[in-house]
Design a protein. Structure first.
Length: 233
């Protein structure tokens, strides 16, 4: 196959998502305004070939400041997503505990959840968000003590949750316990003690997935509007 034929190759959903990620980064950095972002995003999801995708990011740096554009060669498929996020290694002592006394703490974004995470909230609150996290092991334990305070644990879909905490005039949220996990997904055990306080467990989509779904609904709405316009003409 000649290089001239490469732009005619059909693009995949993953190719379009890589371009959409560059556009989101450009919007966050102020390189694009909302109108330009919307126009380019619509063009991205309508693109069928590499040749149609390449001009969309030609004048934009890719995340991390490297040169722009879409690669015109197929990248090797990534292994199972969960296997990639179970990274092993020794726990960093600085990441294995958190304390909130009349204050708060957060562990969120891209971080490595240790094999055992201990946290204490007294007249305060904490959030442990695992949606973007890597995991030190296939099974991790979150030991939460909440006294007149609260701790919220947020997990992504696919993660198995086991709740073993004890509550006195307080409680542990069991709503997400017992939901089967995806094959190869981590298992999160939530244990500890709550007195006049609570430990909650919520299951939420990662932010990138929520953004993708919003953009997909927006694209479908635009396509329906365009189809109605064509029928009216």
């Amino acid at each position: 196959m000649t290089d001239d034929a490469v732009p005619d190759l059909r693009a995949s959903d993953a190719d379009r998502e890589r371009v959409a990620d560059i556009l989101r980064e450009a919007l966050a950095e102020g390189r694009l305004d909302m109108e330009e972002f919307g126009e380019r995003l619509d063009a991205t999801y309508k693109a069928r070939t590499y040749g149609e995708l390449e001009p969309i990011t030609r004048d934009l740096p890719s995340p991390g400041g490297a040169a722009p554009v879409v690669s015109l060669s197929k990248e090797p498929a990534r292994g199972g997503a969960w296997a990639d996020r179970i990274v092993g290694g020794d726990d960093d002592s600085r990441s294995t505990w958190a304390v909130a006394v009349m204050s708060g703490f957060q562990r969120k974004g891209r971080w490595t959840a240790p094999r055992r995470f201990n946290c204490f909230a007294f007249w305060g609150g904490g959030e442990i968000d695992l949606r973007e996290a890597d995991f030190a092991d296939r099974e991790i334990v979150i030991n939460a003590v909440a006294i007149m305070g609260g701790v919220d644990v947020v997990v992504p879909p696919g993660v198995e949750v086991v709740v073993r905490g004890i509550g006195i005039m307080g409680g542990f949220d069991h709503r997400e316990a017992g939901v089967p996990g995806d094959p190869g997904a981590p298992r999160v055990i939530v244990t500890g003690f709550a007195f006049w306080g609570g430990v909650g467990v919520q299951r939420k989509l990662p932010r990138a997935e929520k953004q993708r779904l919003r953009e997909e609904r927006r694209r479908e709405k635009l396509e329906r509007k365009e189809a109605r316009r064509e029928l009216d003409t």
